[in-house]
Design a protein around this ligand. Structure first.
Ligand SMILES: C[S@@+](CC[C@H](N)C(=O)[O-])C[C@H]1O[C@@H](n2cnc3c(N)ncnc32)[C@H](O)[C@@H]1O
Length: 256
């Protein structure tokens, strides 16, 4: 095995291929309605990744700041933005941690999509995250955060998953190994990537590791309630409640 990483930098190159069928446009339309986003809104996309959510709404808002700690994910965001005919002044990409980023402005709304807050595993960092967000949001602003849902993890059981992704240049075998951490607060996730480059016919591999924290609705509220009022608990870009049959994208919607 070549390398062990946990910063999305090797993964970045294959991220959009792995999620090519994810309906980003539909997801962000739902979030846009829930956050009452309009033409004059200024937004924070926390853990923006390759900017596939925000790209769909950037024309319809005043400003979006995409924050991510992975240089390579941000590079793909930048390329995506540059390919579009949009007013680039509306977008700022910032390489920083969502736990303690600093920006000299307060925003109307924020969202963190595809379980980004589950990457924050320590209580002290979760507390910092909510406090930092509080400082960067205007009074009355809405915040949409999705995360791994604890009852689903215990009901559906932790499994290993093998997936194959392919395009004209690469064939990728991704083995996702998942194990409940001793703390019983997060799952240790290792993704072993075996890459075959069809152009130069070379093979290589790498590992992306990231523990993923899960929460019950009460646990996530415990962190948010010091700074935010609860608006709703949701599941999977719908108005239904979090379900033990859906592992990802349980959401807490809160208001400052
Ligand atoms: C599963 S991806 C989601 C990306 C994007 N939101 C999407 O829906 O495709 C997780 C992203 O969160 C970023 N990330 C994880 N922890 C972070 C942190 N503490 N600060 C900033 N970015 C973080 C990773 O670099 C990665 O781009």
């Amino acid at each position: 095995m070549n390398k062990q990483i946990s910063n999305f930098n090797d993964y970045a190159k294959f991220y959009d291929l792995a999620y090519k069928n994810k309906n980003y446009s539909k997801e962000i339309s739902f979030v846009k309605k829930k956050l009452k986003i309009n033409k004059s809104s200024t937004l924070l996309d926390l853990g923006c990744g390759t900017f596939r959510h925000s790209i769909h709404i950037v024309q319809k808002v005043k400003k979006i700041i995409g924050i991510d700690q992975s240089k390579k994910m941000l590079k793909i965001s930048r390329d995506r933005i540059n390919k579009k005919k949009i007013n680039k002044k509306k977008i700022v990409l910032k390489k920083a941690s969502i736990i303690d980023f600093k920006y000299n402005e307060k925003f109307d709304s924020a969202y963190s999509l595809f379980d980004v807050i589950s990457y924050i595993t320590k209580d002290k960092d979760l507390k910092k995250f909510f406090f930092n967000l509080y400082k960067h949001l205007k009074p009355g602003s809405l915040l949409y955060l999705d995360y791994w849902y604890k009852p689903a993890i215990f009901h559906l059981k932790i499994k290993n998953i093998k997936s194959i992704y392919e395009n004209n240049s690469f064939k990728i075998i991704r083995e996702k190994k998942q194990k409940l951490n001793k703390s019983k607060k997060f799952v240790d996730v290792s993704m072993i990537f075996n890459i075959y480059n069809k152009i130069n016919q070379k093979r290589y591999n790498f590992i992306e590791k990231h523990p993923m924290r899960f929460f019950s609705t009460i646990e996530i509220e415990k962190f948010s309630k010091k700074y935010f009022y609860l608006s709703q608990h949701l599941s999977n870009y719908s108005n239904s409640k979090p379900s033990k049959n859906k592992w990802q994208a349980s959401t807490i919607l809160v208001r400052k």
